[in-house]
Each structure stands twice: as C-alpha cells, then as structure tokens.
Design a binder for this molecule. Structure first.
Ligand SMILES: CC(C)(COP(=O)(O)OP(=O)(O)OC[C@H]1O[C@@H](n2cnc3c(N)ncnc32)[C@H](O)[C@@H]1OP(=O)(O)O)[C@@H](O)C(=O)NCCC(=O)NCCS
Length: 181
C-alpha cells in the first residue's frame, strides 16, 4: 500500500538517508551527503516520503528560506529535491499531491525552480508556473556576489503577496542566501 510519511529532516533514519543520498548524487550530481556533519542543509526541512512498506518510491522537501526585497524579508518554503525512483507510474504526482496539500493547509508561499523539461510535470500536479521565473530570485554568495540562474519557477501562493507581485511586476527581484535550493 502506498503511504506518505512527513517528517523533519532530523528524524530521517539511516536507511532513508542512504536512499536519499544515492538519488541526490544520481539525479543532481550532488557532492555533499546528508549526514550528521552536514545537518544544517536538511535538519529543519519538512521531508515527504512516498513509500510502499519500507521502500521509498518518491521523495521531496520543503526548506524554510528567507527571501529579501529591499528591506522586506519574507519567510517562504523552497520546494526542493523532488525525485521519483521509478518514472511514469504516478509516484511523482502522488508525492506532489501531498506536498501541495501541506502547503495549502499552512498557507505559506512555496517556490521551486525547474528546468524546462520538468515544467509540464509541475503544471500537471497543480502548481502555478512562471516561465523564466528564476530571474526573479538571485543567490548572494559568501563574497556578496549575485548569482542569477535561468529556468522556470513553479509555485503555490501563501498568505503573503510574493506570488502576486511576481505575476504583476515583472521586474521584482528577491535575494536569498541558499545556493541551489
Ligand atoms: C520529475 C519527476 C519527479 C516526475 O516523476 P514521475 O513519477 O515520473 O511523474 P508521474 O508519473 O507522477 O507523472 C505525472 C504526470 O506528469 C507527466 N510528466 C512527468 N514527467 C514529465 C516531464 N518531464 N515532461 C512532461 N510531462 C511529464 C506524466 O506524463 C503524468 O501525466 P498524466 O498525469 O497526464 O498521466 C521524475 O522524472 C524525476 O525524479 N526526475 C529526476 C529528478 C528531477 O529532475 N527532479 C525535478 C527537479 S526540479
């Protein structure tokens, strides 16, 4: 039976971490592992696991992220690390259904970045799409350099006006300090 487990990053067990790390490396070429020494990168996140018994079929997370527009700070969720371990069987959609439900209940603006090849998937999962929307989010690195990336944004609106602002003001730019969320 398929079930969704929702847990904080710090509650993941070693078997779960092993699977997640395997797929992060495979899909995103990630060069860091989620482990004790790397806690900051995932401990506070809300992790969604689609399971069949103990087997993980898909997973993803919501990361607490602060974005800044001039003096204004908004606390949002970054939608990240979405992986389906077997494609084309509806596991990704099932996972995103759970993530969407969680976001809608908490009314927190949530933003994810994706390459064009995955945009339709998120659209089919009920998320809003901003074509070329990554230009609205700039990463400020350790030496205060601004790093822009290209790609689409998928989102759900929360209690703040961030999404509306992006929809009506094409020039809005939000700074953040989390690389590749
Ligand atoms: C993107 C990903 C999570 C989709 O998972 P999946 O389990 O294959 O997706 P599903 O089977 O649930 O597909 C749901 C719907 O989206 C469609 N879909 C899935 N991937 C698609 C794609 N890349 N392009 C267009 N449509 C897509 C399916 O055809 C299906 O449509 P339907 O509801 O009309 O039948 C999966 O391909 C994956 O893990 N990719 C590698 C990691 C990655 O790139 N993650 C995204 C980072 S932004």
């Amino acid at each position: 039976m398929l079930e969704i487990e929702i847990k904080e990053g710090n509650k993941l067990n070693q078997d779960e971490l092993n699977i997640i790390n395997y797929w992060r490396k495979k899909e995103f070429n990630s060069d860091t592992e989620w482990n004790e020494t790397n806690k900051k990168s995932f401990y506070d996140d809300i992790v969604f696991l689609l399971k069949n018994g103990e087997e993980i079929l898909a997973f993803g997370r919501l990361r607490p992220i602060s974005v800044y527009k001039e003096e204004e700070k908004l606390d949002i969720w970054g939608i990240a690390t979405i992986v389906s371990t077997e494609r084309g069987k509806g596991y990704g959609k099932e996972l995103m259904r759970a993530i969407r439900k969680y976001i809608e209940k908490n009314k927190k603006t949530s933003i994810g970045f994706c390459g064009e090849k995955n945009t339709v998937f998120y659209e089919k999962c009920g998320f809003g799409i901003l074509k070329d929307g990554q230009k609205h989010f700039v990463y400020v690195d350790d030496s205060d350099k601004l790093q822009f990336e290209q790609g689409d944004v998928f989102y759900l609106k929360g209690y703040d006006n961030l999404a509306d602002l992006l929809l009506k003001d094409d020039k809005s730019v939000f700074k953040h300090y989390v690389p590749h969320w």
